[in-house]
Design a binder for this molecule. Structure first.
Ligand code: M6R
Length: 364
């Protein structure tokens, strides 16, 4: 039942404040009460963590890597499951591995889980479908509590996967003694703000995003740029746009621009720059200036502080509330998802069932 929405994808985008609320109610209470949300994972003693997943779930894992490494000082080995399982990665049996999957049935992700299990690693599953193969074969299951996701393009599962990864990273940091108790409490307070801020963003950005989507639907190629956790988000934006609107899109680390993609810049390829006002904002702005100097059209997705700090004349600027760094990827996902959605609606594609795609990929 789509309710008042035209598509399941739209409904699922708008369900995110509530879905994230469920994640927080389940996990954050555990952190606050000093209980361990990860009893079978001894994060304090593992030398490293492996993460494997496909598509959007992989991109959530990549953002998780930034958090585990930054907050918990835990090295993370991550790859798409189809590469992970064949790469012969030297993994220590003392390590743990996390597998992320909405459906819990993705063939390559399940195969990489079995591969790690054979090597003796502790297995954790971050899944939406609690009754799935991946959940059944794991030592510990971390449900993302997103509720059914029908649209082939993953939206609420992505932000709920991120929320669970953030909680696990904070919990790991606490166990490893790499953050103070005050820092833990500050991070938890930021997480708790998410449902309210997400609701506020969803209520305010639609007219602007629709305007932009109408324009975007006229182009054949789009480049997404981001740094830090906005880099995987840039790849997620490109994936979302291509899978439902069929417009060719690429996500790049902003710093890689001059190592190749800058040759493509002209007025026919809009460049979407995802840049919250964080400690690397200025670096991203200088990449944006390089694009503008070559006649490229910049669409800036930033926050209030970033919009004030950047003097660049953009084609469009989407301004979000300024938020703490840990929740920025979830908040910035919203305009990225809505932009892909409205562009696809303008193009007249089958948004919930894009051509050639299946919701669950059970063959390798
Ligand atoms: O069910 P899973 O999370 O394991 O699925 C992984 C990918 O197939 C999935 O995220 C895919 O990339 C989505 N269609 C992206 O929107």
């Amino acid at each position: 039942n789509k309710g008042k929405h035209r598509h399941f994808m739209e409904k699922e985008i708008y369900e995110q404040p509530e879905a994230i609320g469920h994640v927080l109610a389940h996990y954050v209470g555990l952190i606050e009460n000093n209980a361990d949300p990860i009893p079978s994972f001894d994060f304090a003693s593992i030398p490293s963590l492996a993460i494997s997943a496909c598509g959007t779930a992989y991109l959530a894992g990549l953002i998780g890597k930034y958090w585990f490494e930054r907050y918990a000082r835990l090295p993370v080995e991550i790859d798409v499951a189809s590469e992970f399982r064949y790469r012969e990665i030297p993994l220590s049996p003392q390590s743990a591995a996390l597998f992320i999957s909405q459906s819990g049935e993705t063939a390559d992700t399940l195969a990489s889980l079995r591969y790690c299990k054979k090597l003796g690693l502790k297995i954790g599953a971050i899944v939406n479908a609690a009754e799935s193969s991946i959940a059944r074969e794991a030592d510990a299951v971390f449900p993302i509590l997103a509720g059914p996701e029908i649209g082939v393009a993953s939206t609420k599962a992505f932000t709920c996967q991120l929320a669970v990864l953030a909680v696990l990273a904070i919990s790991a940091a606490r166990h490893r003694g790499t953050v103070t108790e005050n820092e833990v409490q500050a991070l938890v307070r930021s997480l708790a703000e998410m449902p309210r801020i997400m609701g506020q963003v969803l209520n305010s950005i639609q007219p602007k995003v629709e305007l932009l989507a109408r324009e975007l639907s006229k182009y054949h190629d789009v480049l997404y740029l981001g740094r830090g956790t906005s880099f995987p988000l840039a790849m997620e934006g490109a994936l979302k746009l291509k899978e439902i609107s069929y417009i060719h899109a690429e996500g790049y680390a902003a710093g890689e621009l001059k190592h190749g993609p800058i040759a493509l810049i002209d007025k026919n390829m809009p460049v979407i720059v995802i840049a919250p006002f964080d400690r690397i904002f200025n670096k991203t702005v200088s990449n944006m200036e390089e694009v503008a100097a070559r006649g490229g059209r910049v669409i800036l997705v930033t926050d209030e502080k970033g919009a004030t700090a950047s003097k660049l004349d953009t084609m469009h600027t989407i301004v979000l509330p300024a938020v703490d760094e840990i929740i920025a990827p979830m908040i910035f996902s919203l305009p990225i998802q809505l932009l892909a959605y409205h562009t696809a609606v303008f193009m007249g594609t089958d948004v919930d069932q894009p051509r050639n795609l299946a919701k669950s990929v059970t063959v390798e």
